[in-house]
Design a protein around this ligand. Structure first.
Ligand code: EPS
Length: 388
């Protein structure tokens, strides 16, 4: 399974094509819309989210509520395009600076300058329109298809916020999956710990008042996977490595940790590795889950726990010093509309990119043409693992 996305932030639409989804899997636009609407929420989001109501048009690959096995085309219209038709239209126009809203002052921390150098654009709007995190709506749409597949196989996945601007949520390890899902959904910052969640909201309000932005840490939790998904035999089949790649590729993400993550560098081996136990009902299990559900690039059967760190969005109302690429004079960087904090939304994005990598690995490992056969063999494997 693979996907491609196309579309600019203020262009007509975002388009996603997901290829390799088995036939005969139940899938409706409601499955995708639920995810898209979750991505739009969160304390700290900017004005754009009030303009958009991200809804999917499934333009191929699904008929009467079931997948066909053919590529699935997902279209999300940009409602804001009506304000940008002249600026972002595909037809030639007079080279008038005002109409084009030319950007010549790159924003530090963004793709603007490096992208302009690489692709030879003197107008950095040609860069920022694509590098905008608006594209994550397309990635969430693809991930929603993957998540639907995982849910039908009894695999549950949820993303929430662990930290914003240095304010850390307590580790809510004891919460059930359902509670994690419900509490994060009710929290305006997707935080499982209400007290620190409120402090995070205050920090976001302060950043907004200061014209600044703040980052944080998201966590994704996956349960219901049997041991042995992924592989140790070759670097590009290691599932934790693929997840790390996918998470790092989300706009503004700077690092990834599994389980105790970087803390492993500071502990002895006896305090890092998870001891193995066995029970008649469960089969093998780990007595702890410090490694976050992975050993040797494969799932252990314990929940996957992965964190991703998001830097503050580099589009600032209080702009940093930059250089105009036409005059080479020092200027303040261009101001584009922005969110003071998008960490809660990023937790939803991360949930979906992780879902995609897991679903992809499952489809590589089991028969993948027809969903009912996949489910039958997957359930059989789950039982084999339990009885091993
Ligand atoms: C986003 C849409 C963008 C931004 C934000 C995320 O819309 P606009 O540029 O029209 O405000 O709100 O992206 C950034 C701030 C960024 O720097 O990438 C979205 O749909 O999530």
């Amino acid at each position: 399974m693979r996907y491609l996305t196309a579309g600019e932030s203020h262009g007509k639409q975002l388009t996603t094509i997901v290829e390799g989804v088995p036939s005969l899997m139940p899938l409706t636009s409601a499955n995708v819309n639920e995810s898209l609407l979750r991505r739009q929420k969160g304390h700290g989001r900017g004005k754009r989210m009030q303009i958009e109501k991200d809804l999917v048009d499934i333009a191929g690959g699904v008929r009467h509520g079931y997948t066909l096995g053919s590529p699935i085309a997902l279209v999300v219209k940009n409602d804001d395009f009506k304000h940008w038709e002249d600026i972002m239209g595909e037809d030639p126009i007079d080279m008038d600076g005002d109409i084009r809203r030319t950007v010549t002052r790159p924003r530090p921390g963004h793709a603007d300058l490096n992208g302009a150098i690489k692709y030879g654009h003197r107008d950095m709007r040609n860069i920022l329109e694509r590098s905008s995190a608006r594209e994550t709506a397309a990635r969430v749409a693809a991930g929603a298809v993957a998540k639907t597949l995982l849910n039908h196989l009894g695999i549950n996945i949820v993303g929430y916020v662990r930290e914003i601007a240095g304010i850390k949520a307590e580790d809510q390890k004891e919460l059930s999956f359902e509670d994690k899902q419900r509490i994060s959904e009710e929290s305006p910052v997707r935080c499982l710990d209400d007290t620190n969640g409120k402090k995070m909201m205050d920090a976001i309000d302060q950043a907004k008042a200061d014209g600044d932005s703040i980052g944080g840490v998201c966590e994704v939790y996956v349960e219901g996977l049997p041991a042995g998904i992924g592989s140790y035999v070759h670097y590009d089949r290691k599932l934790d490595a693929r997840i790390a790649f996918a998470v790092q590729s989300i706009n503004a993400f700077k690092g990834v940790e599994f389980g105790i993550g970087f803390e492993a560098a500071r502990r002895n081996g006896s305090e890092v590795h998870d001891e193995i136990g066995w029970s008649e009902a469960e089969g093998y299990y780990r007595k702890t889950n410090r490694l976050g559900g992975f050993e040797g690039g494969m799932t252990t059967g314990m929940p996957i726990v992965v964190k991703g760190v998001m830097k503050p969005i580099p589009t600032l109302y209080k702009p940093l010093q930059s250089v105009d690429i036409e005059t080479k004079e020092a200027f303040q960087a261009s101001i584009e509309r922005s969110d003071s904090c998008a960490v809660p939304a990023a937790a939803v994005v991360m949930e979906h990119v992780v879902a995609f990598e897991i679903a992809k690995a499952v489809l590589e490992q089991f028969p993948n043409d027809q969903f009912p056969k996949l489910k039958e063999v997957f359930d059989q494997y789950r039982e084999e693992v339990r009885c091993f």
